[in-house]
Design a binder for this molecule. Structure first.
Ligand SMILES: [Mn+2]
Length: 365
């Protein structure tokens, strides 16, 4: 349980902040959404209705996230980080991540100075201990668990709030703990607290979302092209539609269950159909990576940084497994941007190079 002092500090920091608030999350998943919306509610209550904007990086591509967003009309209530202006860059609250030098933040990387951070990942780069700041980072199953503890300690009730809040908190904990398997006692307690206030039929529908056909096609490609080196599996999917990027985590989670595998890295080069329609090159040399580790002795966060540098991150699950990923650049953007003339041969060579290099970086020892 977080301490009463931490909860009081949160309240104090929010009360003393002048002006409106901006909540940012770098990855739209249920844990980030639950944390963001529950904190937004608490901040509005504490400040008697001051403005709280919620910003997301990346897109709502995952079928579960889309289902959640539709059900709770979240598209009206979260806005893309692309709309973040200088005016929004005060009283920033960062949830479900604790890095400011994060490539997912785009141009905002290293420019935000959060007053509140609630996260459960390793490798925070946030300078802590400043006055007027509340940082809660603990290695447990979900950020939502920390938020539920904060909620209870500050005396808030789920009785009168909209269904979206307890449902998103429950989904966040459920989803980030692999269906409540990789939990700490705190995660289980927090889940029970919120589960009393949700509609379980609706909850089940969100969990058992449809899986799009394109995902099965990517899985087929992953199975036929994966490379095994020792106990590591590396998959390079080649070009990956931006709206299918969440398939990487789904494949990584599937392959890590292979009996002889202790580390999986799945990657794809993002391509954007919309840009191709405008006659521009649809590649920007950005590689999305998803990694899973079944070996508690691997520090996945460090491993990914050693392989790919910054732009990556990972969390340690309560059972010692690692889960992470990132967005890294190949560094050939000047040769790709706005060059619709990129030939098939050049594309093929580019992907061959990335595939070989990816395997070398992951399997170098
Ligand atoms: Mn999380």
């Amino acid at each position: 349980m977080i301490t009463k002092e931490q909860a009081e500090l949160f309240k104090k920091v929010i009360t003393e902040a002048e002006g409106g608030f901006s909540i940012i999350f770098t990855q739209p998943d249920p844990d980030a959404l639950g944390s963001a919306f529950a904190i937004a509610y608490m901040v509005r209550e504490i400040t008697n209705g001051k403005s709280v904007k919620v910003f997301h990086c990346g897109g709502f591509a995952h079928p579960m996230n889309r289902a959640i967003a539709n059900k709770f009309t979240l598209f009206d209530r979260v806005t893309s980080i692309a709309n973040f202006t200088e005016k929004d860059n005060s009283n920033v609250i960062l949830v479900d991540s604790s890095k400011v030098n994060d490539s997912r933040l785009g141009d905002l990387a290293s420019t935000i100075v959060p007053i509140v951070v609630v996260d459960h990942h390793r490798s925070s780069d946030i300078e802590q201990g400043k006055a007027g700041q509340c940082v809660i980072i603990e290695e447990i199953g979900a950020s939502c668990t920390l938020v539920v503890e904060l909620w209870s300690l500050l005396g808030f009730s789920f009785e009168k709030v909209e269904q979206a809040i307890p449902t998103l908190l429950a989904l966040g904990i459920y989803n980030d703990t692999e269906s409540l398997i990789d939990t700490t006692e705190r995660d289980r307690k927090a889940y029970i607290t919120v589960a009393e206030h949700i509609d379980h039929d609706e909850f089940n529908k969100l969990i058992r979302h449809d899986i799009p056909n394109s995902w099965f096609c990517y899985l087929e490609k992953a199975l036929s092209t994966r490379k095994h080196l020792g106990d590591k599996t590396v998959v390079y999917l080649g070009e990956l539609n931006v709206s299918d990027a969440d398939v990487l985590a789904w494949i990584a989670e599937t392959l890590i269950r292979h009996a002889s595998v202790s580390l999986v890295v799945v990657a794809g080069m993002l391509h954007d159909e919309k840009k191709a329609e405008k006659g521009r090159c649809n590649l920007e040399g950005k590689i999305r990576i998803s990694a899973r580790s079944a070996n508690p002795s691997i520090n996945l966060s460090q491993f990914l940084e050693d392989c790919f540098g910054g732009g990556t991150g990972a969390k340690m699950m309560p059972n010692g497994k690692g889960s992470g990923g990132g967005l890294v650049e190949v560094g050939i953007q000047p040769w790709l941007i706005d060059s619709p003339s990129l030939s098939e041969d050049a594309r093929k060579a580019l992907h061959q190079f990335v595939s070989i290099r990816l395997t070398q970086l992951v399997c170098r020892d």
